[in-house]
Design a protein around this ligand. Structure first.
Ligand SMILES: [Zn+2]
Length: 175
């Protein structure tokens, strides 16, 4: 990825969480997403991480790369969807579940519907830009021919704290 701008390594005051490998539940996958969000922070990207699970396996794992790749579409969810589609050789992800640390934006909510994701689970709600229940609910448009199930609140405190601390740090640097 040599087209990427070199990124300054940024210290992150939060530790990664290493979940038990024995129980593969919501908590397990969201913790993996959280760890990717920390990786985003470390290269000074907004700390959002995403995991896509299929039959208990992780087939997509990414974090936000908008600044590094100078690409507005390089959100964690979009990158993870591309990986997952490539892994199973199908753009339809009906049997897959997306875990993401922040409620998806309009673009990523749309991508989840277009990829026919079975379910989206997010940690932190986003009342400003979130489109799966926060600002609006695009998955509830009555004429859609695919229904994405949506749940939220898994690891919410940790993921919210991470985002808030990152933006607080950025504001302090600006002043
Ligand atoms: Zn997005």
């Amino acid at each position: 990825m040599d087209e990427f701008a070199p990124r300054v390594e940024l210290p992150c005051p939060f530790e990664k969480i290493f979940p038990s490998l024995l129980v593969r539940n919501d908590d397990f996958y969201m913790k993996l997403a959280y760890n990717h969000a920390i990786d985003a922070w470390k290269i000074d990207e907004v700390p959002v991480g995403a995991i896509i699970e299929h039959n208990g396996e992780v087939i997509g794992a990414a974090h936000n790369l908008v600044d590094s790749s100078r690409d507005a579409t390089a959100h964690a969810e979009i990158l993870a969807i591309t990986q997952a589609s490539s892994a199973i050789g199908d753009w339809r992800l009906n049997e897959c579940r997306l875990y993401v640390t922040k409620e998806p934006c309009p673009m990523c909510s749309g991508a989840a519907i277009m990829a026919r994701l079975g379910e989206v689970v997010y940690a932190t709600p986003d009342p400003k830009m979130g489109c799966l229940g926060g600002a609006t609910s695009v998955h509830e448009i009555p004429t859609l021919n695919h229904r994405v199930k949506v749940r939220s609140g898994i690891l919410e405190a940790e993921c919210t704290q991470l985002l808030q601390a990152y933006f607080q740090m950025k504001r302090m640097k600006e002043n």
